[in-house]
Each structure stands twice: as structure tokens, then as C-alpha cells.
Design a binder for this molecule. Structure first.
Ligand SMILES: C[S@@+](CC[C@H](N)C(=O)[O-])C[C@H]1O[C@@H](n2cnc3c(N)ncnc32)[C@H](O)[C@@H]1O
Length: 467
């Protein structure tokens, strides 16, 4: 982040604009609108600024800039055609600790002015950090068309009732729920259709009827997909924005976590400090406890919660404890890795079935049905198989799979660090042996793996491993 976005109170403070052309006039207008005490210095004053000064209280000085113009200013805009002068103004202002903006020269700026959308008291500022103002403006026009103008009235209505609601609902969680029901419900619709008075009455009625006891928590069991944030579902994203607290696994990537509501509490359930996984029972209880506190709990899991994700156990506990919930499927690693590695899981000519199986061998657990897994013309995907890759390949061969059956290992699939190693049941263990492969990885076995050579389309960068 090159600039810190803030909204700055400049009411009654001196704001200096040097230059008086059309760009200077636009900036001056904004400063004036925000309540700044505007002083403009320029040898020639353009039409737009003269007009502004005619209607508004602006100090216009028709002369060259002198250093003392900076006295008492909190900010200065340098908008002259003279680049040397702009540079001098920037240097002098920064030496005095005054915020400075030089038009079209981000290097000389200590602040920049964003593209803006205004809806009454709501302000949305968009910036490219000076890299591409045109792109920022394009984004602004896209947003403009999706945010109804009446959001301004909605914000004004919220402001009108802010204190009343605060007194009636001292509990922060309850208050947030109340406002969400207003701003995303019938009252908002009434405002949008111009029925302000009815909206006011309905809001008051909803406040009277608001049942504190109804502030039940709930749990969203959400699949975050295999890593690429673009693979999240709309529903996952919506609930990620609603959650009060997120309990996440180690497979949930940072870019995905960054999309969770910014002020949501974050609880890592992957590994505890002693480097042991938090026991599943404790996670189940944590979800129940947080929901009982009235929170909206986002249980964010890599891939799909119901595929090797223990989502079934968590859901079972929620049902036993009568906790409300929603379940959102995610793209499972097999599906994501197969797509991004150019390995179709089924194919009319080569594979008529696909099996997802765990490659992790639990103590005391029955061994896999290797005979069934070794049939030809099917694809077998091993989750959690990295440590047992040799055993997996040997077992398949021992039960009848040809030694030259194509096999691949996909590391960190769908992410910028994805690597794909392709060989066959004989060669795969040796191929990956000296590659310092790191989890998460997926092993795929079957004739379809050979299609990777042709269908491999994803280029995550230099790190891709082509063997
Ligand atoms: C505990 S399982 C969770 C699976 C998850 N619920 C899903 O549906 O993908 C973890 C295993 O998923 C696989 N996995 C998850 N994400 C992966 C990725 N981005 N690339 C490769 N394998 C992945 C690995 O085999 C890893 O050991």
C-alpha cells in the first residue's frame, strides 16, 4: 500500500491552491465543499475559479506564489504549468510538514486525491495510488451505476435514528443485527422507492418489536476452494462479509482470508502453538460456544467441507446442540487441481469413473481396497498422499495397474506456486524425490494424466515444474 486512505476533516482550515486553471478549479471546489478555508494564488485567474469566487467565500490573490503563502496552511495543491515551481512548492511544503499534492506528479505528492462517489454522507474513494488514475475513474463509473442514488437518503435516515437505536439496544451485536435488518430489508426498499415517511414509521415499529432474545448466533460451514480466491462461490463471499468471527484451517490461503470482513475476529484452528492440530472435538465445541455468544461464526475450510474436511462431524455437533447453520460447498482440491493442471478427471475415451481417496494411513484403520483402485480406465485421486507416494504406486502395481500408467503430483494447485510433476507409476516417486515438494499436494493416477502434455494451460510463473 503506497498511500493510507483516510477521510480528513479540514473544516475552517487554510487550504492553499497555487494555480488557477481548470484542474486547480476542480481541486479547489472539492476543498471548499469539504469546508476548507480556500486561498488561491495565481498571476492569472481562470474563468472557473472566478465563477467559484463570485458565489463562495474564497481568498483570491492575483500574483506569483511566495513562500509565506504557506503560513498556517494544512494542505497545498500545486497546479501550475511550471514544473520547477511545482517542485519548489512541494519541497517547501514538505519541509514544513504541510500535506502537498502536485497535479499529475505523484512523486512530489505527500497526498493524492481519489476518484469519488458520493451518496449523501456516504463517500467512496477509489485510488490507484497514482499508478493509473484512468483505471480508478473507470472503476468509479462502474460502481456509480450499481449504487442507487437513494443510498444517500438511507444513510441520512440511519443518522436520524442512530442515537435512539443506540439507547434502545446497548448491546453492540444486537444493534448491528438490527441495522442490518433495516439497511438490507423492507425499510431500505421503502427509502429507495421514495417513501421516506413510511420508512421512518416502519423503522420505529421494527425497533419496538425487536426481540433481543432472537439474536441467536449461527455457523456458516464454508468451503474456501483450493487456493485461488477467484474460485470462491458468491454465497461463500456473501457470508464471509457477514461473519463476526472466522475459524479457519491452515489450507485457507491469505488472499482468501483478506476477503473476510475486516473487523471479524480471526481464530486459527490449523495448528496450535505446540504444532499439534487442535483436536476436532475442541473445534466443534468452539463453534458451539461462539454461536451461543450470539456470533455469526464463519467456519472456513480449504476445498469442500464435506470432502476430507471433517465438515460432517462439525455439522453433526451443531445439529445436536441446536445451533443454526448454513453449509456452502467449495471447489474441492481434486477438481481445482485437475482443471489447473489440464488433467480432466474423466474422458470419454480414457476414464469412465473417478475416485477420491485418502492417501493418509491412520493407525489401526483398514487398508484401502487396492484391487478396486487398480482397475484400468478410471482416475484415482489421492488426497494427503505425499508421504506415501511410493507405497501408493507400488500397491497399485501389485494389484494389477500397469507400471506405465500415467501418474502426476500437483503441488499447491490453483495458486501462483502451483507445480505439476508428471510421470508414471514406476517413475513418479523418483521424479519428485529431489524436488523439495511441499504440501498440499494431490496425486492423480490414470490414463487421463497423459492429456496434461496437450491441455496444460495454466502458467503460474517460472516455478512451474515440467518434467
Ligand atoms: C484435509 S484435506 C482437505 C481437503 C479439502 N476439504 C478439499 O475438498 O480439497 C487436505 C488435502 O487436500 C489436498 N489439497 C488441498 N488443497 C490443495 C491444493 N491447493 N493443491 C494440492 N492439494 C491440495 C491435499 O492432498 C491435502 O493434503
Amino acid at each position: 500500500m503506497k498511500f493510507l486512505p483516510v477521510f480528513w476533516a479540514i473544516v475552517g482550515k487554510k487550504c492553499l491552491v497555487v494555480g488557477a486553471g481548470s484542474i486547480a478549479a476542480r481541486k479547489a471546489e472539492l476543498l471548499h465543499k469539504a469546508g476548507g478555508k480556500l486561498c488561491v494564488v495565481a498571476p492569472e485567474i481562470g474563468v472557473a475559479l472566478s465563477d467559484l469566487a463570485f458565489f463562495e467565500e474564497i481568498e483570491l490573490s492575483q500574483r506569483a506564489f511566495v513562500e509565506s503563502d504557506l503560513d498556517d496552511a494544512v494542505c497545498v495543491i500545486a497546479a501550475t504549468d511550471d514544473q520547477d515551481l511545482n517542485r519548489d512548492i512541494s519541497r517547501l511544503a514538505q519541509a514544513r510538514g504541510i500535506a502537498v499534492n502536485v497535479v499529475d506528479n505523484p512523486e512530489l505528492c505527500s497526498f493524492i486525491m481519489p476518484s469519488m462517489i458520493e451518496r449523501g454522507p456516504i463517500q467512496i474513494a477509489i485510488s490507484s495510488g497514482g499508478v493509473s488514475p484512468v483505471l480508478a475513474r473507470m472503476l468509479r463509473s462502474r460502481l456509480e451505476s450499481t449504487i442507487p442514488g437513494a443510498y444517500g437518503e438511507l444513510a441520512t435516515l440511519a443518522d436520524e435514528f442512530r442515537l435512539t437505536v443506540k439507547q434502545a439496544l446497548p448491546n453492540v451485536g444486537a444493534r448491528r443485527r438490527f441495522w442490518e435488518s433495516i439497511l438490507d430489508g423492507q425499510v431500505a426498499e421503502l427509502v429507495f422507492s421514495g417513501k421516506m415517511e413510511v420508512a421512518r414509521e416502519r423503522l420505529q415499529q421494527q425497533l419496538r418489536d425487536f426481540d433481543h432474545a432472537q439474536v441467536n448466533g449461527e455457523v456458516y460451514l464454508v468451503g474456501a476452494g483450493p487456493g485461488d480466491p477467484d474460485l470462491l462461490t458468491f454465497k461463500a463471499l456473501r457470508l464471509m462479509h457477514r461473519a463476526d468471527v472466522v475459524v479457519y484451517d491452515r489450507l485457507v490461503s491469505q488472499p482468501i482470508l483478506d476477503m473476510v470482513r475486516r473487523d471479524a475476529e480471526r481464530i486459527y484452528a490449523g495448528k496450535a502453538s505446540a504444532n499439534h492440530a487442535i483436536p476436532q472435538e475442541n473445534i466443534n465445541q468452539l463453534l458451539v460456544r461462539l454461536a451461543r455468544e450470539g456470533k455469526r461464526v464463519l467456519r472456513l475450510k480449504g476445498g469442500d467441507p464435506f470432502i476430507f474436511g471433517r465438515g460432517g462431524e462439525e455439522l453433526g455437533e451443531l445439529i445436536d446442540e441446536n445451533i443454526e447453520f448454513q453449509v456452502v460447498p467449495g471447489i474441492t482440491a481434486a477438481s481445482g487441481c485437475a482443471s489447473y493442471a489440464g488433467i480432466p478427471l474423466t474422458h470419454r475415451d480414457y476414464s469412465q469413473a473417478c475416485i477420491f481417496v485418502t492417501g493418509h494411513r491412520r493407525k489401526g484403520a483398514e487398508d484401502l481396497n487396492w484391487k478396486m483402485l487398480s482397475h484400468a480406465n478410471q482416475t484415482v485421486v489421492f488426497y494427503m498422499g505425499l508421504e506415501n507416494v511410493s507405497r501408493i504406486c507400488e500397491s497399485l502395481k501389485a494389484h494389477g495397474r500397469a507400471a506405465n500408467t500415467p501418474a502426476a503430483l500437483v503441488e499447491k494447485g490453483t495458486t501462483a506456486m502451483q507445480r505439476v510433476f508428471v510421470g508414471d507409476l514406476d517413475s513418479l516417486p523418483a521424479i519428485i524425490a529431489d524436488q523439495q515438494v511441499r504440501a498440499p499436494t494431490l496425486i492423480m493416477v490414470g490414463e487421463v494424466v497423459a492429456l496434461h502434455n496437450k491441455l496444460n494451460w495454466y502458467r503460474p510463473g517460472e516455478e512451474i515444474g515440467q518434467i
